[in-house]
Design a protein around this ligand. Structure first.
Ligand SMILES: Nc1nc2c(ncn2[C@@H]2O[C@H](COP(=O)(O)OP(=O)(O)O)[C@@H](O)[C@H]2O)c(=O)[nH]1
Ligand SMILES: Nc1ncnc2c1ncn2[C@@H]1O[C@H](COP(=O)(O)OP(=O)(O)O)[C@@H](O)[C@H]1O
Length: 418
């Protein structure tokens, strides 16, 4: 049997989870005498955050665990996560993956489903304020297994769906870079390149931050272990990797992201939550590939031999079932480029259902969470619209969230409530 002060504290935590009905049930089970004592008022997420002088914290119950999300009143400090195991009454500090929200003064939280918690940052425009803390998604489960620790992961919410990124793979020297450069030159505002990290040395005309982020092995390994990479692979004796930020920053600019990565990387992206289109570029023949590699003149003979050996393996894997959506043969460059354009235009009839909402400018106002049902979360403007007689509520449709950690949770449909 719990002590009365423990019951009170426990109930305050549980109540905030938006599971007040369950809380009442559990409370009756744990302590029949006090079950009816704490009447839950009408549900309003914001009003039940636990505030003390130097800290704001919210607690969310999922099964036997309570996730405590706190921030101090130092505006520079970011959110911390602690987990209370209610059965053993022990605290766990989880490994937190992904880029966290920028520090702000406070936030409101609500449980979306048993896999993730929605956090709305206060005092920042809606488009920057939506965050998901994943606590039991497939990604988090997989990372937990790999790391052998309890893992949670941040994912930024993005209103509307960006166009699917395009993954381009193919053996060294086949012409991937040439095709991508043509595309970027013709459509600079439509496509953006995912700038990979690599431990290989820069070639003569390569610029750091433009062609690659050239980096040290220890640095990239550290960042990989911090969950900052969507994928990475050892290619031709060096480490190459796509940071989550490399892809998401392009998509956030409203551009379609192009990734030039090897077959291992393509496989990893296929297995990730990033939905993309996968294209493999083949040479017309192995002899022609060798000719192009040599003519480029950027590698030593030893490096050319290594690339040619790896090319055979990559060509073999291009037919792996379910890996590549399209194979393009780069024989005549112009013809191949035209085929690439045709292929990409297949997916160009995309319309953003949130266009009108975004044009209204509502996404620049500040909101906080008001309430939740199974299908929607209501957000309330932080301005004084209610006093002016208008409701200024927004509905976040929960049926269409896509993606998630690592990266962004896209496809958020938000519409005004009349
Ligand atoms: N997995 C993975 N492969 C990459 C990445 N960036 C580049 N690569 C691949 O690494 C290989 C070597 O690239 P690079 O050294 O630029 O040589 P090049 O392909 O001969 O121009 C190519 O197959 C690229 O597609 C990355 O971020 N991840
Ligand atoms: N269709 C083509 N016909 C002849 N040469 C090509 C063709 N496509 C690309 N090249 C040349 O082949 C070399 C390798 O191309 P590159 O784009 O660097 O390949 P990758 O990025 O796949 O390693 C470059 O010198 C490029 O100018």
């Amino acid at each position: 049997m719990l002590e009365k002060h423990e019951i009170k504290e426990w109930f305050r935590h549980t109540y905030i989870t938006c599971l007040e009905e369950q809380a009442q049930r559990d409370l009756r089970r744990l302590c029949p005498d006090h079950g009816a004592f704490y009447e839950a008022p009408e549900f309003r997420v914001e009003s039940v955050a636990l505030e003390s002088k130097d800290c704001l914290q919210n607690a969310i119950d999922i099964g036997d665990k309570t996730y405590v999300i706190s921030r101090s009143d130092d505006p520079k400090s970011s959110i911390t996560i602690k987990i209370l195991d209610k059965l053993t009454r022990t605290w766990v500090v989880p490994t937190v993956l992904g880029a966290p929200p920028n520090p702000t003064s406070s936030h409101s939280v609500v449980l979306v489903n048993n896999e993730k918690i929605l956090i709305i940052e206060k005092g920042v425009p809606l488009k920057d304020s939506i965050w998901f803390l994943e606590v039991d998604t497939p990604f988090v489960k997989q990372q937990s297994k790999i790391k052998g620790t309890v893992v949670v992961a941040w994912s930024k919410g993005v209103i509307g769906e960006g166009q699917k990124p395009v993954v381009i793979s193919g053996p060294s020297g086949v012409g991937k870079g040439t095709l991508i450069a043509k595309l970027m030159k013709e459509y600079p505002s439509k496509f953006g390149f995912s700038v990979s990290h690599t431990t290989r040395a820069p070639r003569e005309k390569e610029i750091d931050g433009v062609h690659y982020h050239f980096t040290e092995r220890s640095k990239i390994e550290e960042e990989i272990s911090e969950g900052k990479f969507l994928e990475f692979a050892h290619v031709h004796g060096n480490v190459y990797g796509t940071s989550i930020e490399a892809v998401e920053s392009v998509t956030d600019e409203g551009k379609r992201c192009i990734l030039d990565i090897d077959v291992q990387g393509a496989r990893s992206v296929r297995a990730s939550s990033l939905e993309a289109i996968f294209i493999f570029v083949c040479p017309p023949s192995f002899e022609e590939l060798e000719k192009r590699l040599r003519a480029r003149g950027t590698e030593t003979e030893e490096q050319i031999q290594k690339r040619l050996r790896n090319a055979r393996a990559e060509l073999d894997q291009s037919n792996s079932p379910g890996l590549f959506d399209h194979l393009l043969v780069n024989d005549d460059l112009e013809a191949c480029y035209e085929n690439l354009k045709k292929l990409l235009s297949l997916y160009d009839d995309h319309e953003d259902s949130n266009d009108s909402f975004i044009k209204d400018g509502k996404e620049t106002a500040c909101y906080s969470i008001l309430s939740k049902t199974n299908s929607e979360i209501l957000l309330q403007s932080e301005t004084n619209e209610a006093e002016k007689g208008t409701t200024n509520l927004l509905s976040l449709d929960l049926s269409s969230l896509s993606g998630g950690a690592p990266g962004r949770t896209r496809g958020l449909k938000i519409s005004p409530v009349n």
